[in-house]
Design a binder for this molecule. Structure first.
Ligand SMILES: CC1=C(/C=C/C(C)=C/C=C/C(C)=C/C=O)C(C)(C)CCC1
Length: 274
């Protein structure tokens, strides 16, 4: 298990962070046409401000912040999964995008509550909630909705979804998350960005993306390291998962909001006027 916690933090830093490492370019595309050279100030203030709010949320109301973060993440992952789908209702997005949470919460409640107790320590709520029949039924319903919804999008989408459900059901929740987040969500986003960077030579495009996303990803990883250092005094494994998870959520929320504001097809490498 400590190995999983270490892999969680390292892979999130190395593969997960870079997929949001070009957010400043998306921000520039969104803000510069309206605000000219003031875009940098606005972007930095907005992004950092949202990060601070999320951090404050974890300190003041951890459960609300956890629930809000899981819902936002589900919508974000759901949108990425159903980019080509025309049927993007909120319930479907949440059902599909949240599978990485719903499936282990339903089928591995014991391990899942242990992880939750590391993320939000001293709270009895997760273990009381997760084992209730109402919660289990709701989770089951979400999983069924996701399967039906993806098969309606096409056989391939349905089969991929079943494959992921199998992974989330049988691998430890952190491993399932890493396979999905690093091996699928971030990987596809990096491929998409590499194509934007250099359509005729995606390999060169990939190098450019890696290079350009270095400052923001390094900054985010350093912040997580700082969180680790500040929360000293706990056993290593829960602490790694807590620092990794809270750090991830702090940088993920502004990323999710930004990507709702900017249309998917816009190239972040294109020159922006003025
Ligand atoms: C609650 C919970 C999980 C959910 C993590 C989520 C929801 C992460 C979302 C990340 C995002 C949206 C990154 C941005 O790009 C895990 C790790 C599966 C298991 C431990 C408990």
């Amino acid at each position: 298990m400590p190995l999983q916690a270490i892999a969680f933090v390292c892979l999130v830093a190395l593969v997960g962070m870079p997929h949001g490492g070009l957010d400043h370019r998306f921000g520039r595309m969104f803000l510069r046409p309206k605000f000219g050279r003031h875009w940098v100030m606005l972007f930095a203030t907005g992004y950092l401000g949202i990060m601070m709010l999320v951090l404050l949320g974890w300190l003041v109301m951890p459960l609300v912040t956890l629930a809000g973060f899981v819902l936002l993440s589900a919508i974000h992952f759901g949108l990425a999964e159903s980019m080509s789908s025309r049927r993007q209702t909120l319930v479907r997005l949440i059902a599909v995008g949240g599978l990485v949470v719903w499936v282990p919460a339903l089928l591995q409640p014991q391990t899942f509550t242990e992880l939750l107790s590391w993320v939000v320590p001293n709270q009895r709520w997760p273990s009381e909630m997760l084992f209730r029949p109402e919660t289990q039924s709701l989770l089951g319903l979400l999983v069924i909705t996701a399967i039906l919804s993806r098969f309606m999008d096409g056989l391939r989408a349905g089969l991929i979804t079943l494959g992921f459900i199998g992974i989330f059901a049988f691998t430890p929740p952190l491993v399932g998350f890493l396979i999905y987040f690093c091996g699928w969500h971030s990987a596809w986003e990096l491929v998409r960005l590499a194509r934007f960077a250099n359509d005729s030579n995606p390999r060169l495009g990939f190098l450019r993306v890696a290079w350009d996303s270095l400052p923001l990803s390094m900054g985010a990883s350093l912040l997580i390291a700082l969180g680790w250092w500040l929360t000293s005094g706990h056993p290593i494994e829960p602490k790694l998962v807590q620092a990794g998870f809270i750090g991830l959520s702090v940088v993920a929320v502004p990323h999710l909001l930004l990507h709702w504001a900017v249309p998917d097809h816009q190239n972040p490498f294109a020159e922006v006027s003025p």
